[in-house]
Design a protein around this ligand. Structure first.
Ligand SMILES: Nc1nc2c(c(=O)[nH]1)N[C@H]1C(S)=C(S)[C@@H](COP(=O)(O)O)O[C@H]1N2
Ligand SMILES: [Mo]
Length: 197
């Protein structure tokens, strides 16, 4: 860890090397929602993975907790240029949900309460790279931040981390989601500055 980790140009003109190009550190946690905040209770919550053949795999809140919630410490990067470093999260890795899902699809569309969608390649969701997150900064996720459960795909820009997650639709083609249809990049790697296309 560097002594200069403000993220802004430090005394010696050095940037925190954990900050992708064009990003600035924030201390607070901004709320960015394209619409009103849905109120979803854990009692009503379900998560459904639908394969390209239409097979449905569904989990309740109890099913989710039974899969095993793990600690994740990760940086997050929003396309609007703010980043937060070393945030503590808790969630279930997507690998746990996909253990019994038989698919040959390469892409997934995340679907949310409220209608938001975002497309993510399946390989960006597996191998310990993504979670269904239920806590952040030591507290259950608040409704503004996507509670009770949101996608957490921290190695891609944060618009991929779908709040109020209710399902993943697996698909053979890389169809664009909500922001992607409005010009955001199909993949969104912050280290490549894949902001728009
Ligand atoms: N369902 C849903 N998920 C969403 C959004 C949204 O509007 N609706 N906004 C996205 C964007 S652009 C960002 S930057 C992050 C913001 O998450 P936060 O409000 O917890 O910071 O959520 C992403 N996930
Ligand atoms: Mo964003």
């Amino acid at each position: 860890m560097s002594f200069i980790n403000s993220g802004f140009t430090g005394r010696r003109g050095r940037r925190d090397e954990r900050l992708p190009p064009g990003q600035t550190l924030v201390e607070d946690w901004p709320v960015l929602s394209a619409g009103p905040t849905p109120q979803v209770s854990t009692a009503d919550w379900t998560f459904t993975i639908t394969t390209e053949d239409g097979a449905e795999h569904r989990w309740t809140w109890d099913d989710l907790t039974a899969l095993g919630i793990e600690d994740v410490t990760t940086d997050i990067h929003c396309v609007t240029h703010w980043s937060k470093l070393a945030m503590p999260w808790r969630g279930v890795p997507l690998d746990a949900f996909f253990a019994d899902v038989d698919t040959s699809a390469d892409y997934a569309m995340a679907h949310c309460h409220g209608g938001y969608t975002t497309n993510v390649p399946l390989e960006d969701l597996l191998d310990g790279k993504a979670w269904v997150a239920v806590e952040a900064e030591g507290e259950p996720l608040t409704p503004e931040h996507g509670g009770p459960a949101r996608l957490l795909v921290p190695h891609l820009y944060f618009w991929k981390s779908a709040k109020w997650l209710r399902g993943l639709q697996l698909m053979p083609d890389n169809d664009p989601g909500f922001w992607e249809q409005h010009g955001y990049h199909l993949r969104g790697d912050p280290w490549q500055e894949e902001r728009y296309w």
